[in-house]
Design a protein around this ligand. Structure first.
Ligand SMILES: [Zn+2]
Ligand SMILES: [Zn+2]
Length: 82
């Protein structure tokens, strides 16, 4: 299947680097918004494989961004054919 859109890295695109595309990765460090009571002794969320750990990471600058509906809407880019 051909993917018709991608998510652009706001930092790279600001500098005209249009190779900066975001992919979804699971983050260990990002605060996920879960209640602290479910964190383990290393202060990491126990829900390791849950949606709460997912962030967008840029393939170019490796900056990570929190996923929100607003963010996705803003960064969604259509792939032009040709
Ligand atoms: Zn969590
Ligand atoms: Zn970037």
């Amino acid at each position: 299947m051909y993917i018709m859109h991608f998510y652009a890295c706001p930092l790279c695109w600001q500098c005209g680097k249009h190779e900066g595309k975001l992919t979804v990765v699971k983050s260990q460090d990002f605060s996920c918004g879960c209640k602290k009571t479910i964190f383990n002794k290393d202060k990491k969320c126990k829900k390791e494989n849950y949606k709460c750990k997912e962030v967008m990471q840029c393939v170019l600058c490796e900056e990570q961004f929190k996923i929100s509906e607003e963010f996705l809407k803003q960064q969604k880019m259509k792939i032009k054919d040709g």
